[in-house]
Design a protein around this ligand. Structure first.
Ligand code: UDP
Length: 238
């Protein structure tokens, strides 16, 4: 009953927290499997999919720095955390028959491929899901920025951010019952109102390269496929 997909190639940003499910730390296997199922559904529609996986469920550079560790070192630990999540996602996808490749921004040749832009594009053309690990490979960045960067490099039609809520709200909907969801926003509105969507460098990169950002609920079953068909609820930033 679905219409033709609205996007040909997309990048899905999955935060580490999303993979935590209801736990306080680490990976929730059910959640990883659910997200893998969502990805398979979209890929089966003929849409090319790549992923950027966060690491906040395991380690964040900021927290490490707060304990006295050098920030850059702590950030490298955070990037390593994203590699662990990427491998977990790869495993879950392959178990349900989706061909994948993990590419790390920090070369780790015995575990996965190094990031090679043209090769990543080729993988997607062949129907493989490419999972980008280790963020941008640089400390002082986030996986949000990595997601915007890879979406631009891959020539994606959209950057989809799967979150715990179904879009961007005027206030935190979990705390304020009057909070309302925006259907659409401009990049500059997000920046000037300091709305917590993605960090400013990610928004700027998307804006400079005209890539729409779609924020939707990754916990809502079938949500990813619906967004691909332009069905809500979601917030589109363009
Ligand atoms: N990180 C980094 N450079 C990058 C991407 C990530 O240094 O390009 C580090 C940073 O310390 C960050 C951690 O990796 O805290 C985990 O990534 P992030 O916090 O973006 O994960 P998410 O919030 O999406 O789970």
């Amino acid at each position: 009953s679905f219409s033709t997909p609205r996007f040909r190639r997309v990048l899905l940003k999955v935060s580490g927290e999303a993979l935590m499910g209801n736990r306080q730390y680490g990976l929730d296997v059910d959640m990883v499997e659910r997200v893998a199922g969502e990805i398979r559904g979209v890929q089966a529609m003929g849409v090319q999919v790549c992923l950027v996986i966060g690491g906040g469920n395991i380690f964040r550079g900021i927290s490490g720095a707060a304990t006295g560790m050098e920030r850059a070192t702590a950030d490298y630990m955070g990037m390593l955390a994203t590699v662990m999540n990427a491998l977990a996602m790869q495993s879950a996808l392959e178990r349900i028959g989706v061909a994948t490749r993990v590419q790390s921004a920090i070369p780790m040749s015995s575990i996965c491929e190094p990031y090679i832009r043209r090769r990543a594009v080729r993988h997607m053309e062949k129907g493989r899901v490419v999972i980008f690990a280790a963020g941008t490979g640089n400390p002082f960045f986030t996986t949000d920025t990595a997601a915007a960067l890879r979406a631009v490099e891959m020539g994606c039609d959209a950057l989809l951010k799967g979150t715990q809520v179904d879009g961007v709200y005027t206030a935190d909907p979990k705390k304020d019952p009057r909070a309302e969801r925006y259907d659409s926003l401009g990049y500059l509105e997000v920046l000037s109102r300091d709305l917590k969507v993605m960090d400013a460098s990610a928004i700027t990169l998307a804006r400079d390269n005209n890539i729409p950002i779609v924020v939707f609920n990754l916990h809502h079953a079938g949500g990813f496929a619906e967004v691909i068909h332009g069905r809500g609820p979601f917030t589109i930033i363009a």
